[in-house]
Design a protein. Structure first.
Length: 104
């Protein structure tokens, strides 16, 4: 399994840095497994650094939604930082910018 993410939990926030340039079908499988490995019960928010990611497909979007669904419904939030234009376009096209907090 290749390293897709570097992640750690800090005060209830899972901070993740994606180390791949494509969050596609092949990377999404490893992404899900690696998120599972660093997940802990106290996670209430997730911040993902997308600085390296220049492409995302439906599998990648599904993996992100999987993370979102794991969070407590009342106060859970997913923030995507350093999002490149092609990735942001896909997220906005799917209207997921209303689900994810995006900051560049």
């Amino acid at each position: 399994m290749s390293s897709v993410i570097e992640g750690q939990v800090d005060d209830g926030v899972l901070r993740v840095e994606l180390g791949v340039n494509r969050l596609d079908a092949s990377a999404s499988r490893d992404f899900k497994q690696q998120v599972e490995a660093v997940w802990s019960p106290e996670v209430t928010r997730v911040e993902m650094d997308f600085g390296n990611v220049g492409f995302i497909d439906s599998s990648g979007v599904g993996a992100l939604l999987g993370v979102y669904k794991r969070l407590p419904a009342s106060d859970g939030a997913v923030r995507l930082t350093h999002v490149q234009a092609p990735v942001q376009s896909v997220i906005e096209l799917l209207r997921l910018h209303k689900v994810f907090d995006i900051s560049n």
